[in-house]
Design a binder for this molecule. Structure first.
Ligand SMILES: NC(=O)c1ccc[n+]([C@@H]2O[C@H](COP(=O)([O-])OP(=O)(O)OC[C@H]3O[C@@H](n4cnc5c(N)ncnc54)[C@H](O)[C@@H]3O)[C@@H](O)[C@H]2O)c1
Length: 256
């Protein structure tokens, strides 16, 4: 899209792909509202940027999300594009991972999406325009050992975004559900700090800019599911067509 005079809202704007999305939009002429729970990260995102406005918001709080969106629309104007990138990724075997952590992953990664979609999509539909970018993952299609709770949150993200897009098709709002493989951002450290699946070392992480470029292409082409690389698409195909072979490979790689 042409960003001049546009308004973008980015969750997870204090780090990684959210930060890059916020900075790219701002440098291309948009006014950007970056939301995150990480105030320090938000400050770094906005440093030296005159078009990035930051707000500490926890996406698991529906009222806080509603308030933030209302304030952004009142102060900056109607939101043209949302990148909903906020998420966490602690890993572990399901029976070893703390039950509270498993619920927290779902509350942030899936619950945050629900809250953001309910706050921003209805006004976009009323205006008959807008882009809603939902960050899922290849992990939303391809389940694997040590990633169960995160997988569940991203499977939910894929399903929710897919149905939301189809329920509202033809009404002027474009949806993209982005499904990257591992990306070189601070999120991966959460895996390293808990359990690191050997599968993640099968290919080097891709760069955040590759993902953001792929989102732009998917939106332009009207493709709901965005797989940033051809290898990602092969991972998706393998899961769909050969699930038993996929699991055989996973067990071989992880050695369990
Ligand atoms: N990095 C990867 O390997 C990868 C791969 C596939 C998909 N993704 C997805 O892409 C998106 C962006 O990930 P990233 O790699 O940039 O991660 P990141 O860790 O760099 O950034 C995520 C941001 O979300 C924020 N956040 C966490 N909980 C929040 C909450 N309750 N409310 C508001 N903000 C909160 C964090 O503070 C952080 O700044 C995520 O949805 C992630 O699941 C990442």
């Amino acid at each position: 899209m042409s960003y001049n005079g546009k308004i973008a809202l980015v969750t997870g704007g204090g780090s990684g792909m959210g930060r890059l999305a916020a900075q790219r939009c701002a440098r291309a002429g948009a006014q950007v509202a970056a939301l995150d729970v990480n105030e320090v990260g938000l400050g770094e995102t906005a440093e030296g940027e005159k078009n990035i406005f930051t707000q500490v918001v926890d996406v698991t709080e529906p009222l806080a999300v509603d308030d933030a969106v209302a304030r952004i629309e009142a102060d900056l104007g109607p939101v043209d594009r949302v990148y909903h990138a906020a998420a966490i990724m602690p890993l572990g075997r399901i029976l070893d991972q703390d039950t509270g952590v498993i619920h927290k992953i779902m509350a942030i990664n899936y619950g945050g999406l629900v809250n953001m979609a309910k706050a921003v999509v209805p006004p976009m539909l009323e205006r008959g325009r807008g882009d809603f970018v939902s960050f899922a993952s290849l992990a939303g299609w391809f389940p694997t050992i040590y990633v169960g709770a995160y997988n569940a949150s991203k499977f939910a993200t894929v399903a929710f975004t897919e149905v939301l897009a189809h329920e509202n098709r033809g009404r002027g709002v474009r949806f993209a559900c982005v499904c990257p493989p591992p990306v070189a951002t601070p999120l991966l450290q959460q895996g390293r700090d808990t359990v690191w699946p050997k599968l993640f070392d099968e290919a080097p992480p891709i760069e955040p800019s590759v993902v953001l470029d792929a989102i732009e292409t998917s939106l332009e082409r009207g493709e709901l599911m965005c797989f940033p690389t051809s290898q990602t698409k092969w991972g998706w195909r393998m899961r769909r067509w050969f699930p038993e072979l996929m699991w055989k490979q996973v067990h071989k790689i992880e050695g369990v």
